[in-house]
Design a protein around this ligand. Structure first.
Ligand code: ATP
Length: 353
């Protein structure tokens, strides 16, 4: 529904120019919860502001429903934004804040009143309709900001880190609330966050960004279980990244060996890497511990220590070459033990860079 085509955005000119986005292309499906995820400064907000129309691309095109919208000012786009700081009118009541956008559009009074009622129900704030916004808690203000942005029924709602001002417990509650609002309204949400847990929990699709580029787009499961680059593997969850020798390819699978051991097959983001050193992502929960003498062990190492986290323990293990990795187990082995590790081969991924 939203097509971003080779968009580059530069701020400033000459030597002091900053390239915030570099040939970014993305397709956001209609009715989806789509998340832009990446570290601070990677260009997430800039991309959101380009879709909203607050900034214009230096190069490239943005289309909505097949129509180029690059030339339209923000208020002519069927898009609304929820900002980090909510930007509500503190002295106005909840109801007036929610109706404000519709008032600006000169909609009939009866229609505005009906929309306010609908929105108050949707965000479960009916009893607060006549309360001033500055007399609400952070979570309540967040709900009003959402209701105000949803009231004109935009085709697309852009959300720039809308939960960052809330404490952890409220944040978790609002995550499910936002997901519910999105599926009940069917409106396309483009959500910006630097929190990978939040992105995995809420999204239909995630675009992982770094340094002005999109690194990978996929469902939360694809991003988590099949990262394609070192950046994505490292950014999403506790991933071990271990060097291995790429020996060749068996069809789409890579034949690799850790520290000169028996070759194993692994998934590969690309089948075009030359033989030599590659990096492999190993999730801590996909490694099985065996005796160091077991011939099936693909990796061997020494247990350094372990920490209990409720559902199990995380062991820190030093491999033959000194690389430290994390291994998730039900029963940790004592510190100093020599152990073997067998990775779940479907979860082994050779990273493209
Ligand atoms: P954060 O999570 O910290 O908000 P972000 O991923 O949203 O970061 P952006 O705000 O999009 O990142 O910024 C991307 C890059 O562009 C940064 O290097 C930033 O300093 C730069 N930038 C953004 N807006 C401007 C501007 N108006 N003028 C100059 N540089 C800018």
């Amino acid at each position: 529904m939203i097509n971003v085509r080779e968009v580059t955005k530069r701020f400033g000119i000459g030597a002091s120019a900053v390239t915030a986005l570099e040939t970014v292309s993305l397709d956001v499906p209609e009715g989806s919860f789509f998340t832009l995820l990446g570290p601070s400064g990677c260009g997430k907000t800039t991309l959101l502001r380009l879709i909203a129309g607050f900034e214009l691309p230096s190069e490239g095109e943005i289309a909505l429903d097949g129509q180029e919208i690059g030339h339209l000012p923000p208020h002519k786009r069927p898009v609304n934004t929820v900002f980090q700081n909510y930007a509500l009118f503190p002295h106005m009541t909840v109801a007036r804040n929610i109706g404000f956008g519709l008032e600006m559009l000169n909609r009939p009074k009866a229609e505005i009143a009906a929309a306010i009622d609908d929105m108050l129900n949707l965000v479960q704030m009916g009893e607060f309709a006549s309360r001033r916004v500055d007399q609400l808690s952070g979570g309540q203000q967040q709900r009003v900001a959402l209701a105000r942005a949803l009231a004109p029924r935009p085709k697309v709602l852009l959300l720039d880190e809308p939960l960052s001002a809330l404490d952890l417990k409220l944040r978790k509650g609002m995550q499910s609330e936002l997901k519910r609002l999105q599926s009940e309204t069917g409106i396309t949400f483009v959500f910006v966050t630097h929190d990978q847990g939040e992105a995995l929990a809420m999204s239909d699709q995630i675009a992982v960004m770094s340094a002005g580029r999109v690194q990978q787009v996929g469902t939360p499961q694809q991003i988590y279980t099949a990262p394609q680059s070192r950046f994505v593997a490292d950014f999403i969850g506790d991933t071990n990244i271990v060097a291995a020798d790429l020996l060749g390819y068996d069809g789409a699978q890579a034949r690799i060996s850790f520290f000169g051991g028996e070759p194993v097959l692994a998934n590969a983001a690309s089948d075009g890497l030359p033989p030599g050193v590659v990096y492999v992502a190993l999730r801590p929960e996909t490694l099985t511990v065996c005796a160091a003498s077991n011939a099936a062990a693909v990796l061997r190492g020494t247990v350094l220590d372990s920490s209990y986290f409720g559902a199990g323990s995380q062991m820190r293990v030093r491999l033959q070459n000194g690389t430290e990795i994390q291994v998730q187990v039900a029963e940790p082995s004592p510190a100093g033990s020599e152990i073997g590790l067998i990775p779940e081969t479907s979860m082994l991924h050779v990273l493209a860079d």
